[in-house]
Design a protein. Structure first.
Length: 440
C-alpha cells in the first residue's frame, strides 16, 4: 500500500512567509492558517479510500519538494508567445512558477474584472473575500487544504449582471523549475452574465520534479452562463492535482471541457452543484495517455434543486502500458424532483499492457427522476484496424484515425471551434502525426 508522508516544508513558517511577501489582509492570512491546521489534521488518502482505491498515490507525493519562489527566467516561452499571438482572447494572464509575468487586456465591457488573484485581493477585496473558499475550502481534502494554505497566485474574473463577454479570457500556467506550486482561480458570473474561460497548463524543459495543485471555483448566479476549458499539457516531470467545482443558481448553465494530455500523473476532479431549479451542467472530458502515464478522473453531479439537468461524457485512449481511472457519481437530493442526469465513460485500449478502470455510481434520493450511467472499455476492433491497413494506410496513420474518430464525440460538442482545433492538434502531435508538433 502506498503511503504519503508530510513534507516539513509545508509549515506555519511557510504560510507566514507567503502572506507577508504578498502583504495580504488579516482575514486571508487567517484563512491560510486555518487551512494549514486542516491540512495537518487530515490524513493522506490511501488505497483503502474508495475515491482513491485505484490511484497510483506515490506519483502524487510532495516529499522533498520546496515551495516554488518564482521563475528562474521571468520571460514568456516561445510556445506560449505563439499561442498568445494566435489567440482572439479578450484577456490573457501568464503565471510562471507562482508569479504573473504577462498580462494582456482588450476588455471593453464595463465593470468586468480580470486580474491576477494577488492583485484582486488588494483592489477588489470585498468581492474576493465574499467568494474565495466559498465553493472549495480546505475541508475538501488533503491536497485541497494544501492548496488553500499555500496558493501563490492565480486568476480572478468577475462579470457584472447582464454583461456578456463574447471572446474568451484565459490563463497560461507554466513553470521552468521544479518544486511545490499551487494556483487558484475564482470566476464569478453575476445574474444573466456570460463568460468563457480557458485554463492551459504547460512547462518548459527543466531538471527536477514539479508538483502543481490547482483549484478553480466557479460561481454562477441566476441565469448566468459559463464555458470553462482546462487543457493540461505539462512536461513529463510534472504531477498535476486539479479541482474545478461550480455552483449553479436558478437557470444557470455551465459547459466544461477537461483535457489531460501531459504530465507524468494527473488527477482532476470536476464537480457541479445544481443549487437552483432549471440549472444545467454539461461536463466533457478527454484524455490520451502513453508511455506509462497515469490519469485519474473524478466527477460529481450534485442535484439539490428540482428540474435541473446534467450530463457527463469522458472518453480516453491509452497505450504504452498507461493507466487511467474514472470514478463518477450522480447525487440527487431528496426533493430534487424531475432531475435529468446522465453519466458516460468510454475507454479505448491501444495495447494489451494498458489498463482502464471505470466506476460510475448513482445516489438517488428522489422518486421522480431520470438518471443513467454507463461505461465501456475495450481494444481497437481488429476489423477496423485491418480495414484501414488493407486500404494502404501505415499502422501509425490507421491508429491516428481510430483515436481521433473515437474522441470526436467529445470534440464535436465543444462550442469553441479554435479551442477544439488546438486540442485536436495536440492529440495529433502526441500520436506522432508528421509536421504537427512543429506547429504547436
Amino acid at each position: 500500500m502506498a503511503t504519503l508522508t508530510d513534507n516539513p516544508a509545508v509549515s506555519a513558517a511557510a504560510v507566514e512567509a507567503l502572506t507577508e511577501r504578498l502583504q495580504e489582509p488579516a482575514w486571508l492570512a487567517e484563512e491560510r492558517r486555518a487551512a494549514l491546521r486542516t491540512f495537518d489534521a487530515t490524513a493522506w488518502p490511501t488505497e483503502r479510500d474508495e475515491d482513491w482505491r485505484y490511484t497510483q498515490l506515490k506519483r502524487f507525493s510532495i516529499d522533498g519538494l520546496e515551495p516554488t519562489d518564482g521563475p528562474a527566467d521571468a520571460t514568456v516561452g516561445d510556445r506560449i508567445a505563439m499561442r498568445m499571438r494566435d489567440s482572439d482572447a479578450e484577456g490573457i494572464l501568464v503565471n510562471k512558477n507562482g508569479r504573473t509575468i504577462e498580462t494582456v487586456r482588450k476588455l471593453e465591457e464595463q465593470g468586468v474584472v480580470f486580474e491576477d488573484l494577488n492583485t484582486a485581493v488588494r483592489e477588489h477585496e470585498a468581492l474576493v473575500r465574499e467568494h474565495l473558499y466559498s465553493v472549495v475550502d480546505a475541508k475538501s481534502g488533503k491536497y485541497h487544504a494544501l492548496n488553500a494554505a499555500l496558493w501563490q497566485n492565480g486568476t480572478f474574473v468577475y462579470v457584472p449582471a447582464g454583461i456578456e463577454v463574447e471572446l474568451p479570457l484565459g490563463t497560461f500556467t507554466t513553470a521552468d523549475r521544479g518544486g511545490l506550486s499551487a494556483g487558484r482561480t475564482l470566476i464569478i458570473a453575476d445574474e444573466n452574465a456570460k463568460v468563457t474561460f480557458l485554463d492551459e497548463y504547460t512547462s518548459e524543459p527543466f531538471d527536477g520534479h514539479l508538483f502543481h495543485g490547482s483549484v478553480t471555483e466557479i460561481v454562477l448566479k441566476q441565469g448566468a452562463k459559463a464555458r470553462y476549458l482546462s487543457l493540461q499539457n505539462w512536461g513529463r516531470n510534472v504531477a498535476h492535482m486539479g479541482k474545478m467545482h461550480a455552483r449553479l443558481a436558478r437557470d444557470a448553465r455551465l459547459e466544461s471541457l477537461t483535457v489531460s494530455l501531459g504530465g507524468d500523473a494527473a488527477r482532476v476532479e470536476v464537480e457541479s452543484h445544481m443549487q437552483g431549479p432549471g440549472s444545467e451542467s454539461e461536463m466533457l472530458g478527454l484524455y490520451f495517455a502513453d508511455q506509462g502515464q497515469h490519469y485519474n478522473q473524478y466527477t460529481l453531479q450534485h442535484h439539490e434543486a428540482d428540474h435541473a439537468f446534467s450530463d457527463v461524457l469522458f472518453k480516453g485512449a491509452l497505450r504504452d502500458a498507461s493507466h487511467a481511472v474514472y470514478s463518477g457519481v450522480i447525487v440527487v437530493d431528496e426533493g430534487a424532483q424531475k432531475t435529468d442526469a446522465y453519466q458516460t465513460n468510454r475507454n479505448l485500449l491501444l495495447d494489451e499492457d494498458s489498463e482502464a478502470v471505470s466506476i460510475p455510481q448513482l445516489e438517488i434520493g428522489a422518486n421522480d427522476v431520470r438518471c443513467s450511467h454507463g461505461s465501456t472499455t475495450g481494444p481497437v476492433p481488429e476489423d477496423q484496424r485491418f480495414y484501414l491497413m488493407s486500404r494502404g494506410m501505415q499502422p501509425e496513420v490507421a491508429e491516428h484515425l481510430l483515436v481521433t474518430g473515437f474522441l470526436y464525440e467529445v470534440m464535436s460538442r465543444v462550442t469553441l471551434p479554435k479551442a477544439a482545433e488546438y486540442v485536436e492538434r495536440v492529440v495529433q502531435a502526441k500520436l506522432g502525426v508528421p509536421g504537427v508538433k512543429e506547429k504547436l
